[in-house]
Design a binder for this molecule. Structure first.
Ligand SMILES: Nc1ncnc2c1ncn2[C@@H]1O[C@H](COP(=O)(O)OP(=O)(O)OP(=O)(O)O)[C@@H](O)[C@H]1O
Length: 235
């Protein structure tokens, strides 16, 4: 459903992605890993239209995303949970979620209320704190809010960038439990995660990046592929 073919992305003169090819098929959780600065976030941003590729093809369900604006890509069903969470200051938890609802303008009020209620069922802690300022939540709760805000837009594919960064181990497990639940519901996910060992337990396949290129891809359940990955990146 998502396909990148030989994608190149520049920041000015800096050639960051140098021919990245990868795919995500329905029901898959695909891990994108690699050391700091290899281009993982840039890959995610290129798919979401936050930066534009200088060459190559980015396709979602057959539609080219190369020239598409980020808000249209979002409406097509690609939901991005960014690395920095971007909980909006000065807004309550519920107002943050309502901004996510607005990303699907064609939905009726009744449908919007229903999906908000379904997302609250999945994140009871957000329901409890719905009148609190989003920025007053703990780091883990803010990450849940960032994921929930994308889910209220009813995405068909999730891009999740470093969801456990800076979180305590027990909270990291809560975030992985959410990812596992989304996987069991059939949500396709492209996941960037530094905690490679843990991420491989939920992923179906992986790609390893080095200097803006895919240097290895494999099956997350294959011992040989995992050993090859151990040699490519320090895990
Ligand atoms: N807006 C920008 N302008 C210029 N260079 C950038 C910009 N964003 C990222 N870079 C550079 O592009 C390269 C890839 O960055 P990117 O954030 O994609 O890597 P990453 O693999 O996600 O790393 P990390 O794990 O540290 O987030 C790095 O050298 C980074 O310094």
């Amino acid at each position: 459903m998502l396909e990148l073919r030989d994608v190149n992305t520049h920041y000015g003169l800096s050639h960051v992605l140098q021919g990245v090819s990868l795919s995500v098929e329905p029901g898959e959780v695909v891990l994108l890993c690699g050391r700091n600065g290899v281009g993982k976030t840039t890959t995610i941003k290129t798919i979401a239209g936050w930066v534009k590729p200088s060459a190559g093809v980015v396709q979602f369900n057959g539609a080219s995303l190369n020239e598409m604006e980020s808000d249209r890509i979002c409406r097509l069903g690609i939901g991005l949970v960014p690395e920095d969470r971007r909980v909006f200051p000065g807004l309550t938890v519920e107002e943050n979620l309502q901004l996510g609802v607005l990303q699907c303008p064609r939905r009726s009020r009744a449908e919007s209320r229903q999906i908000l209620s379904q997302v609250y069922d999945q994140f009871p802690r957000l329901r409890e704190r719905r009148l609190q300022m989003g920025t007053s939540l703990s780091g883990g709760e803010q990450q849940m809010l960032a994921i929930a805000r994308v889910l209220v837009g009813a995405p068909k594919l999730l891009l999740i960038d470093e969801p456990t960064e800076g979180l305590a181990p027990i909270i990291v497990e809560e975030i992985f439990a959410i990812i596992e639940r989304l996987k069991s519901e059939g949500m396709p996910i492209l996941l960037v995660e530094q905690n490679v060992h843990r991420a491989l337990t939920v992923a179906t396949r992986f790609y390893a990046l080095e200097r803006g290129q895919v240097v290895l891809q494999g099956n997350a359940k294959s011992t040989d592929d995992r050993e090859a990955l151990n040699k490519v990146i320090a895990v």
